[in-house]
Ligand binder design. Sequence first.
Ligand code: ABC
Ligand code: CA
Length: 464
Amino acid sequence: MLQLVTDRFATPDGSSPSCDTSNRKYCGGTWNGIVTKLDYIQNMGFDAVWISPIVANVEGETAYGEAFHGYWTQDINSLNSHFGTADDLKALASALHDRKMYLMVDVVINHMAAATNPPNYGGFSPFNTQSDFHNECFIQATDYDNNQTAVEQCWLGDQNLPLADINTEDDNIVNTYNTWISSLVQNYTVDGVRIDTVKHIRKDFWPGFAKAAGVYTIGEVLDNSTAYVGPYTQVLDAVLDYPNWFTLTSAFSTSSGNISALVATVESSQSAYKNSDFYVGSFLENHDQPRFQSLTQDQALIKNAMTWPFVQDGVPILYYGQEQGYTGGADPANREALWLSGYEEDKPLVTHVKTLNAARKAAASANSNFYSTAVKILSSTPNSMAVSKPPMLALLSNKGSSSSPEWTVASAGFSPNEQLVDVLTCSSVTADSNGGITVQGSGGMPQVLMPISALSKSGTVCPK
Ligand code: ABC
Ligand code: CA
């Protein structure tokens, strides 16, 4: 799946207006713009697109700029006109469906945003009286560790831009939301819903909401602990795998990162998450965190880290712009306009993503249970790992581009002496007489090994 920021992905007429992220203003991307770039997305091998929230937001300048990201809801029953009309959104959905691709929409349930404090409640719709909201109290940093009630019932945001917390304990509000999500999904033929701020609403709100949505639901629970995040996989189809993101980022952003800590998160998520963790969203970047390439410019570290979401359990999610080498730091710098890249398709990281998606498809056609086969870490050290998800064996390292990493796996599950290919370079490797491997890499690059026999079925990965 590709995650994009609607305002920053593509303009409808192909123009390339300047877009200074630090200004936090609308830059001109629209739903019609996305339609013109579906080849770009599909050529990378993605079959789903996650777009920004679609509803009407705070208008004009606020203490934190304009609502170009779409998270500052004012009216859940109107669309954000900066992104287009209802017909434009429907046209995006059908253009995707014509290509057998899916549309995932982001939704914010927890709050409405106001440019003043106290908010002008009458300006919200349909929750337009103070009693539709919890009493004002801002969530404190310490609440996250020891006061879940405050996390659920106090407010995000601050005095400059309060995110007024909706009273989701009220049955009328619950019903309104359930009816709303059900018609939103139907009106726009949406295939999946990304839900914002899930940990800020009581868990037992979510099953009814997910049922009303009737499509794949994936929740944002921003926390580094699998024990905290795990229970949310019981109330929604999936979560964005934030615990994994924390250890992934620190494992690969320097050559002194700790891959063993990433291994520990994988193993704990496999038991803490429902259905092991096959439905979680696995990501290296998103719109809230500094881009990975703001942490390191080492191409080997970048390629190793980018490989991970594609070789582990779950649904790989690429945040637009990573493939073009974007380096923006913390919000708002990480929301660059993609048109400024020229959408070049022959860049190394675009090719990397294309290859990884193609390898997954080849793996799934060779093993019909590929997606639901749990990854096994066959060997790991603080600096390297061998990750098996048959028929794929990924070899990763964080030693960086001046290193020649080595991996030895006594029994990798291949047939004795089987012919393998590193799909990232198309070079061949032969399994030993026990089906194990000993591989010396170069330039710190990762390898993704697959049997030649598995590749021949798909014909799209590596020339034979
Ligand atoms: C704007 C400006 C920013 C400015 C900020 C004050 O205001 O752009 O530059 O700093 C939207 C916009 C943002 C905007 C915000 C606020 O609204 O996109 O640009 O920031 O107006 C979701 C979305 C996010 C969205 C919102 C609001 C929510 O993905 O894009 O933001 O609708 C919390 C929420 C999480 C939320 C996130 C932004 O804030 O839980 O849902 N994201 C701890 C807490 C987390 C908390 C996080 C915030 O701090 O536990 O719950 O996230 O920084 C780990 C711990 C974690 C801990 C981290 C920091 O450390 O395990 O628990 O997270 O070790
Ligand atoms: Ca809440």
